[in-house]
Structure formats: C-alpha cells, structure tokens
Design a protein around this ligand. Structure first.
Ligand code: S3P
Length: 208
C-alpha cells in the first residue's frame, strides 16, 4: 500500500506567518537615538529568524572610521549621503531586521525606499527616557552641545511628525525588552497577516 503523504506543513506560528508575508521585504526600525532600535532589533531578528543589520555599524565599516570621526572630518552632509547609500544597499539585501540611525528616516529618498522595500516600525520614546539612555554613551555627535536635553527636545519636535509616517508605532519604555519585542511581533502580524495574536497586542492601544 502506498504511503499516505503527510499534509502537515511547517508548524504555524505568528513569526513564521510574518516572515512568509514579508517575502524579500525587511523590518526597519526608526526613531530617536536611545529609543532602543538596536537592542530591540537584535532581539526581534532572533524571534523572526532573520539576519540583524545595524546601519550605523555598516556605515562605519564602509567608511573605515567611527561616526564621530566621520562627522568631525567630513561633516554631517557627507555622513547623511553615506547613510542614504548604505541603507539603500542594505534594503536590497532583505529580508532582514534593520536598525537605522535616528536621522535616516528624515531623508525623503530613504523614507521612500523604506516604504517600498520594508515594513517600518517607529520606536517612540519620550525625552526623559532618551536622555537617561544616551547619557551612558558619549558617541553621538549631535549631542555634543551645551544643553543636550534641549537638543533632544528640539530633535523630537522636528522629527516626530515624520517618524509618525512609519507603518507601525510601538511605545518604547522601561519594561523588559521581550515585552516590546512581543508588541512588535503582534503589530507586524496584525498588519501583514490581518490578525491579532496574543494578549500583548492589547497594550498597543496604550501607545501614546
Ligand atoms: C543620529 C543618530 C545616531 C547616528 C548619528 C546621527 C541622529 O544613531 O546615526 O550619530 O541623527 O539622530 P542612533 O539613533 O542609532 O544613535
């Protein structure tokens, strides 16, 4: 008697549904410095079993120098051009989870590319949390000002209307990282697969 072929496919999970729906598109994290794009991005990539890429790290590798050195030696416009080129290249290597630098999404051409080739998640954080987190590192050239807290307030004001155009918004706050990752997975599943998966999705309504 011929063996009956199994009709069971790969085990279904929200993560598998998301990667199937993404195809070659990436998940791109945008938002202010200190919002947790790299920390959450790395964990989200592990959950989705996709490679993780950090645009800042890739820019440093391509330039052969650190971001503070690029700013100091060549200036911000040169950094922004390099950043746009690197992100365009990384978006062609999808699917990945890609963390972008805080200013990248402000550029029209980069935003349009992200829209075409990725699903974007804005990790929204308030000024107080950002300040607390960025104080731990002194490698952000834009914060080398007399009053970094005021600089952060000004950048938030300028950037939030643009970040708001991301596909998904997740409120990044001081809770365990896995909780934020759960919310990203839920929101991706709802957007790409048209359904809500776990109770964590309820917290999305708490997004300010
Ligand atoms: C910048 C954020 C930084 C880095 C550069 C400029 C910005 O990345 O790209 O210092 O314009 O907000 P993070 O957001 O990863 O800190």
């Amino acid at each position: 008697m011929p063996e009956t072929a199994s009709t069971a496919g790969p085990i279904a999970s929200p993560e598998a549904d998301i990667t199937a729906a993404l195809g070659t598109r990436s998940v791109v994290l945008v938002g202010m410095m200190g919002a947790g794009k790299s920390t959450i991005g790395r964990r989200l990539s592990a959950r989705l079993r996709l490679p993780f890429l950090d645009a800042d790290t890739e820019i440093e590798a391509a330039a052969g120098m650190s971001i503070p050195d690029i700013f100091e030696t060549h200036g911000e416009p040169h950094f922004r051009d390099g950043e746009a080129r690197v992100i365009a290249r990384l978006l062609d290597a999808g699917p990945t989870v890609l963390a972008t630098g805080g200013g990248a999404f402000m550029r029209d051409d980069t935003r349009a590319r992200i829209h075409d080739k990725a699903v974007s998640i804005w990790l929204k954080a308030d000024a107080e949390i950002i300040m607390k987190r960025v104080k731990r590192r002194a490698d952000r050239p834009l914060l080398k000002t007399a009053d970094p807290a005021a600089t952060i307030e000004r950048l938030i004001e300028q950037r939030e209307p643009v970040y708001r155009s991301a596909d998904i918004t997740i409120w990044s706050r001081d809770v365990p990282h896995e909780k934020i990752v759960d919310e990203c997975v839920d929101a991706l599943h709802a957007r790409l697969c048209g359904s809500v998966t776990t109770e964590a999705s309820n917290t999305l309504s708490a997004t300010p």
